[in-house]
Design a protein around this ligand. Structure first.
Ligand code: NAD
Length: 519
């Protein structure tokens, strides 16, 4: 399947398929409506994490090409902002239809480049598709406000206007969903956009861009440039780019937040996580076990909302054996193989880092209940696989607890009371998501009220909100003040203009130099 599957889904115009059989296609930039091969002489390999096969080669886009992309976006802006919002919405209606049409192709690309299972890859696309659906209602979402007769014969109203050129910088773990968090909302608000996909799995973003063009998005409204740190710094520094949406690690996110803010840009920066589950002694056994295993090991733990730490109130021992038995049953294999539960992690470096953090846990006194480090997957011996791993007796001073592991590793901690468990969670530097498993409404309410996390789950393991709410995050998991999608997403991609108007039949000729006040 390996070569033929790659051949059949490969994006047609977005990558150069005309090169010889041996050389992998070069991923193209999208500038002013054209998918163009970069003039750069520096390329990096996009690898299939299950096989190390080179899927494509990604350019480190040159400064000139970057400037051309920004220039295309700047030139497309005046016409696009004047395009009726109903027309912009119709393009989103078409885009959602095309994404549904190509769901399987998109999922296949994600599985090959990112490693997750095909079913999980479909979920990746679907959660992004929901944001496109949300953008279809932009006319209502972007509506302003009106107060009549704020003073005698004077009315005030506000209009939400697009900012101009906006940019998005994406992580590797959701190659379709995260680009779809960004450009559909931004362009339907009337902005033009520069997208920088993850250098590790750019394929889905390229396919989505093709679909956006097919849906009727005019040339220059969406542009794509590839690269790593240099292109990101160019985005931060460019005077024509007004706003940056970032999703990824804290190192990159805080750098971008500071550098872009110094240039006067607005930034929304979604970053790392250490999501805790608190399990109360009265929690329903089977439902809780299923939730912990699914949210701890799904996508090989590479979700920003993965539940990576469980705090058992009243002791973890009764749960450990059950957890271990469930986790041992999970099938680790290439994401493309039927029946796979966990695919590989993204890279050899990621695998090494995960294994080192597991080892550091063991050396600092944690108990290894299940060790997935030495797993070998038949037929995929070169894959970056880590099997489900469970560490118990973890304490909050251990490196494996302080660092985001971003792998299939579940940490088990203990607390004597709900108060103590909440205190553990609140002392953690991250605040992306947290869940409680309980049959007590009083415990659930206390948790919801006191927990310091953006996304709260009550008997729900991965409480990612649908797009009519916003994806949030607090403490070190988010920088900025306007979150992704939902009402806040529209506010992020627009600025308010307030208008005060006066229409009087016979304006007074009396001159007053005093500050106008309501009459
Ligand atoms: P990453 O930070 O390594 O990369 C993200 C983007 O930033 C990439 O496009 C990359 O090219 C760029 N980048 C990386 N280092 C940079 C630097 N030093 N200077 C400038 N640009 C840089 O993140 P990743 O490994 O691709 O993604 C995993 C991380 O993303 C995890 O920490 C995860 O928790 C986080 N994440 C958070 C959310 C959320 O909503 N909070 C969602 C998904 C992923």
């Amino acid at each position: 399947w390996k070569s033929s599957a790659i051949g059949s889904f490969r994006f047609s115009t977005a990558a150069d398929a005309s090169t010889s059989h041996q050389s992998p296609p070069k991923v193209r930039n999208l500038i002013g409506g054209e998918f163009v091969e970069s003039e750069s002489n520096a390329f990096i390999d996009v690898l299939n994490p299950a096989t190390q096969e080179v899927v494509s080669q990604l350019p480190l886009t040159t400064n000139e090409e970057f400037k051309a992309a920004v220039s295309a976006a700047r030139h497309a802006f005046p016409k696009w902002r004047n395009t009726p919002v109903t027309t912009r919405q119709r393009i989103m209606f078409k885009l959602q239809e095309l994404i549904r049409r190509d769901m399987d192709k998109l999922a296949m690309n994600i599985t090959v480049e990112q490693g997750k299972t095909l079913r999980d890859a479909q979920g990746d696309v679907f959660r992004g598709l929901e944001v496109v659906e949300h953008a279809c209602g932009m006319a209502s979402l972007q509506m302003g406000e009106y107060v009549s007769n704020v003073s005698n014969g004077i009315d005030s109203y506000s209009i939400r206007e697009p900012l101009g050129v906006c940019a998005g910088i994406c992580p590797f773990n959701f190659p379709a969903m995260i680009p779809l968090w960004m450009f559909p909302m931004a362009v339907t608000c009337g902005n033009t956009f520069i997208l920088k996909p993850s250098e590790k799995d750019p394929g889905a973003a390229m396919m989505l861009a093709e679909l956006a063009m097919e849906a009727g998005l005019p040339d220059g409204v969406l542009n794509i440039v590839h690269g790593t740190n240099d292109i990101v710094n160019n985005i931060c520094d460019d005077g024509d780019i007004k706003a940056i949406s970032f999703v990824g690690s804290n190192t990159a996110g805080m750098h971008i937040y500071a550098r872009a803010a110094a240039k006067g840009k607005r930034v929304q920066s979604n970053m790392g996580a250490k999501n805790h589950a608190i399990v109360m002694p009265d929690a329903s056994l089977d439902a809780t076990l299923n939730a912990l295993v699914a949210a701890g090991f799904g996508a090989a733990g590479q979700r920003c909302m993965a539940l990576s730490t469980v705090v058992f109130v009243g002791g973890s021992k009764p749960w450990e054996e059950e957890l271990k038995e469930c986790a041992k049953e999970l099938k680790v294999n290439a994401g493309i193989e039927p029946g796979t539960d966990l695919g590989p992690v993204i890279s050899k470096q990621a695998k090494d880092r995960i294994c080192k953090l597991i080892q550091s846990g063991v050396e600092s006194g944690a108990r290894l209940v299940l060790d997935g480090r030495s797993i070998v997957v038949g037929g995929y011996e070169d894959g970056n696989f880590v099997g489900p791993t469970i560490l118990a007796d973890v304490t909050s001073n251990m490196e494996c607890y302080e660092e985001e592991i971003f792998g299939p590793v579940l940490l088990c901690m203990q607390a004597d009371s709900l108060e103590e468990a909440i205190d553990i969670v609140n002392r953690n530097k991250y605040g992306n998501g947290a869940s409680i498993f309980t049959t007590s409404g009083a415990a659930a309410r206390k948790f919801q009220h006191e927990i310091e996390a953006g996304q709260v789950g009550i008997n729900v393991p991965i409480p990612v909100p649908l797009p009519f709410f916003s994806f949030t995050g607090s403490k070190s998991s988010f920088a900025g003040d306007l979150n992704f999608y939902g009402k806040a997403g529209v506010q992020f991609y627009t600025q308010i203009k307030t208008v005060t108007q006066q229409w009087k039949d016979s304006p007074s000729r009396a001159v007053s130099l005093a500050m106008p006040t309501s009459q």
